[in-house]
Design a protein around this ligand. Structure first.
Ligand code: PBG
Ligand code: ZN
Length: 281
């Protein structure tokens, strides 16, 4: 299913992943991040840790089609819960932090069991990295790294993704756990917490309006690989301008990715991956 606000991006079903894996291999794209859209949503998001859940099926299909492809899983509750929030909620609608950690532990173990190479918790729930690390270690997955969305701003640039993943909160917002765009110091504190809890990668999200944050996190924690997430709205705005003939598509996309890299990102999560890989040969 095409995603209208992200031209060139689609929701895929499991049977389409074999072809997708072959295409990625031919292009030299080394890794993918999986986001699941379950058939049914409920207050807990039971399919999130089900053996036959959509992401669990997808991991198996991709690893079978191309064992060398690095499969990273997005780990959160918002795509699976009927209320669309990143955690379990109490009656007043507040996120139940510690109960949410129990669910996240089940999710990562289930992903690792299916062959996921890296888990990427994206909800900025307090204590999530430590909880996930101990769950993985306890089940024999001590070599599965955690890529933490350590620094995630409450951004308007996630708009198209919420259409893509059908994950807009049904009420309220995410400002209690995502960060204030005006605050850079907090990014360093959040990153430090995740490093202490055992994160193997850090991430800054979005990328373009936060290039200074990417640079500061990289300088403060040079020993950890740093990922930058070039998010849905950043993709959409370049695509829209290019479609109107206002910008040279290939040049602005490669210039943008170069800027993120120059700022200090070691890895870039981007919807431009396939086209950029094609252009870069
Ligand atoms: C869910 C999640 C979101 C994105 C990635 N994981 C949405 C959000 O935080 O609201 C956004 C990705 C994008 O915009 O490309 N936790
Ligand atoms: Zn979430």
């Amino acid at each position: 299913i095409p995603i209208s606000s992200m031209p060139g991006q689609f929701r895929l079903s499991v049977d389409q992943l074999t072809g997708e894996a072959a295409e990625l291999k031919a292009l030299g794209v080394p890794a993918v991040v999986l986001f699941g859209i379950p058939a049914h949503k409920d207050p807990i998001g039971l399919e999130n840790f089900a053996d036959d859940g959509i992401v669990q099926q997808a991991i198996r299909a991709l690893k079978e089609a191309n064992p060398e492809l690095v499969v990273i899983t997005d780990v959160c509750l918002c795509e699976y819960t009927d209320h669309g929030h990143c955690g379990l909620l109490d009656e007043a609608g507040y996120v139940l932090n510690d109960e949410t950690l129990d669910v996240l532990q089940k999710v990562v173990v289930s992903h690792a069991r299916c062959g996921a190479d890296i888990v990427a918790p994206s909800g900025m729930i307090d204590g999530m990295v430590a909880a996930i690390r101990s769950a993985l270690d306890g089940e024999g997955y001590s070599h599965t790294p955690v890529m933490s969305y350590a620094v995630k701003y409450a951004s308007a640039f996630y708009g198209p993704f919420r259409e893509a993943a059908d994950g807009a909160p049904q009420f309220g917002d995410r400002k209690t756990h995502q960060m204030d765009p005006g605050n850079a110091e907090e990014a360093l504190r959040e990153a430090a917490l995740d490093v202490t809890e055992g994160a193997d990668f850090l991430m800054v999200k979005p990328a373009l309006p936060y290039l200074d944050v990417i640079r500061r996190v990289k300088e403060r924690f040079p020993e950890l690989p740093l990922a930058a997430y070039n998010v849905s709205g950043e993709y959409a705005m370049l695509k829209a301008a290019a479609a109107n003939g206002w910008l040279d598509e290939q040049r602005v996309i490669l210039e943008t990715l170069t800027g993120i890299r120059r700022a200090g990102a070691d890895l870039i999560l981007t919807y431009h991956a396939k086209e950029a890989a094609g252009w870069l040969g």
